[in-house]
Ligand binder design. Structure first.
Ligand code: SF4
Length: 302
């Protein structure tokens, strides 16, 4: 830590919009071989709605503009809808990153009908247009592609203001794939492509799947017309503000995770000063874009 720290002072950057990723639950209904969320520190705070509200209030009052509810699988948190609603009323842009399994079901329809107008973005994981590849990766049970297509079309129908984002992880298994056909069916508003990243001690077993830099760029080069926003494993390091299940800020380290502290106890800027988060590289990776897509009174545009 420290050696990556930006010389920019936190006072000077208070006006830069910040997004926090809350990995609110490590449990998931999938078992992806490269998952780095299954050993997140803490216990799910989301079950305690009072304290979760306090956490969101503290983030909003300390200038956080966007909250991304992720996991694990955030739809396994019973309180997800309520927390989205609270964050939206606090004026934050809201997004959810999910594997899409539950969104494709009847409960997904009910969720979108009830909470859709408080959501700005929904990101779904899709690494391949081929069901057999997703199954080998542990991403679902052989019908993941079909479910993501179904969930995307449901979002368009029920809450068309929501931005649909697709997250693709490039591995040895898919770097040669042409994803045009499946993406033409989904027409995402944003497509993010990541080089598989290994967090030592967490998903080391998936090291055999890591593509070389050349293989990763090969995938990007074959999809440039779709404007992918891509990040190598180096781009991803220290450029996300991450909270664990307990709502504590944490860093990735050379041997797992390091918990920094709770934004309930201390202002987030104070915690960020003690973390390895790098504001310069956060901006450089294009973290700030059109976060607000809903049009309620509190929405702002960035
Ligand atoms: S869908 Fe995401 S959280 Fe679930 S196992 Fe796969 S990588 Fe992990």
């Amino acid at each position: 830590m420290g050696k990556h720290k930006s010389p920019m002072t936190w006072k000077a950057v208070r006006r830069i919009p910040l997004a926090v990723n809350w990995h609110m639950i490590s449990a998931c209904n999938y078992k992806c071989v490269f998952c780095f969320a299954h050993r997140l520190p803490g216990k799910p705070l989301c079950n305690d709605i009072k304290r979760s509200s306090l956490l969101l209030e503290n983030l909003a009052s300390n200038g956080i503009s966007r909250i991304n509810f992720t996991g694990g699988e955030p739809f396994l948190c019973q309180t997800l809808g309520e927390l989205v609603l609270i964050a939206s009323r606090l004026g934050m842009a809201t997004s959810i990153v999910t594997n899409g399994y539950r969104l494709a079901e009847e409960m997904g329809t009910r969720f979108l009908e009830k909470y859709g107008r408080h959501i700005d973005w929904i990101g779904m994981s899709l690494d391949s247009g081929r069901e057999e590849i997703e199954k080998i990766l542990g991403r679902g049970y052989g019908d993941h592609v079909r479910r993501v297509i179904k969930a995307a079309s449901k979002i368009r129908k029920i809450a068309p203001h929501i931005g649909v984002k697709i997250n693709t992880i490039v591995t040895k298994l898919n770097y040669m794939e042409d994803m045009h056909p499946v993406l033409e069916k989904i027409t995402p508003d944003r497509w993010k492509v990541f080089q598989l990243k290994i967090v030592p001690g967490i998903n080391t077993a998936a090291s055999y799947l890591v593509p070389t830099h050349e293989e990763f760029i090969y995938f990007i080069d074959h999809h440039r017309d779709l404007n992918p926003i891509y990040e190598t494993s180096i781009d991803m390091t220290n450029t996300y503000i991450m909270m664990d299940q307990d709502g504590n800020l944490y860093d990735e380290t050379d041997n797992g995770y390091r918990v920094i502290g709770s934004p309930i106890e201390k202002p987030i800027h104070e915690l960020l000063e003690r973390s390895a988060f790098d504001m310069h590289r956060y901006i450089k990776r294009g973290a700030v874009y059109r976060w607000y897509r809903r049009y309620d009174k509190k929405s702002k545009s960035i």
